[in-house]
Design a protein around this ligand. Sequence first.
Ligand SMILES: Nc1ncnc2c1ncn2[C@@H]1O[C@H](COP(=O)(O)OP(=O)(O)O)[C@@H](O)[C@H]1O
Ligand SMILES: [Mg+2]
Length: 238
Amino acid sequence: MVSTAEKEIIRVDSINRVFQINKKESFQALKDINFTVNQGEFLSIMGPSGCGKSTLLYLLGGLDDPNSGKVYFNGKDLKTMSAKERSKLKCNSMGFIFQFYNLVPNLTVEDNIMLPLILDGKDTRKHRGKLDEILSTIDMVEKRKELPRNLSGGQQQRVAIARALVFEPELILADEPIGNLDSKNGTIVMELLQKINRELGTTIIQVTHSEEAAAYGTHIVHMKDGEIVKKAVVGDIE
Ligand SMILES: Nc1ncnc2c1ncn2[C@@H]1O[C@H](COP(=O)(O)OP(=O)(O)O)[C@@H](O)[C@H]1O
Ligand SMILES: [Mg+2]
C-alpha cells in the first residue's frame, strides 16, 4: 500500500530557463534541474544569491515557464493546462508568500486575509468561521481590525501566511519568508510554517539563505550557478 506521505506533488523534469538579456546575449539561470517533492514534505531551496532559487520557485508555481523541460503538479504537466485550469490551480491549490509580505496597505488584517476570496467572487460572510480559525492559527485575533502599517514585520508576514492559507492549499511556495525579519520574528514565522506543515499537512517549499530556517523543514536542495549540487534530508549526518 502506498501511503499519502509517498505521493509525489511536484516533479521537475530537466528544466532549463534562459533569459534573453538583449538581441545577442542570453543568460541561463537554470540548467537541467530534476527533483521531486512528495506530499507533506517541507523543502528548503538553498544557495548563494543569484543562483536561480527564485526563478525555480516561480516555475514550480506556474508564475513563469521553462524554456525546456516540464513541471508536474500532482502528475499533471503545467504546460498542458488551459489558462483557466492553471489560474484555478494557482488560486485554489497553491499559496504564495514573499519576502516583503505584499499586503494591501489600506485593507485591515482580516480584509487582507480574505482578499483571495473577495477576488474570486466568494461571499466572505460565509467564511467568517474560517477567518476566525486562521486568525487564531497565526495568533492575531486581537489585531484583526489593524492596518498593516501598525504591525511589526513579523506580524505582517503572519498575515501574508494567513492569506496564503485561505483556500487550504496543498502547496505553499515561500520566497525568503524571513529574509526581512529579525531573528525573534524569524523564529516565530518559521515555527508557524512548521506547524502548518505538521498539523495541516500542507507541503511547503521555501527559498532561504539560512541554515537555521532550513532546519525547520524536512528536506534541502542546494543550488549553485543554476544547478542542483546536493539534495539532503534534514537531520541526516553528512
Ligand atoms: N527576468 C530576468 N531577466 C534576466 N535575468 C534574470 C531574470 N530573472 C532572474 N535573472 C537572473 O537569473 C539569475 C538567478 O536569479 P534568481 O532566481 O532571482 O536568483 P536567487 O533567487 O537565487 O537570488 C540572476 O543572475 C538574475 O540576475
Ligand atoms: Mg531570490
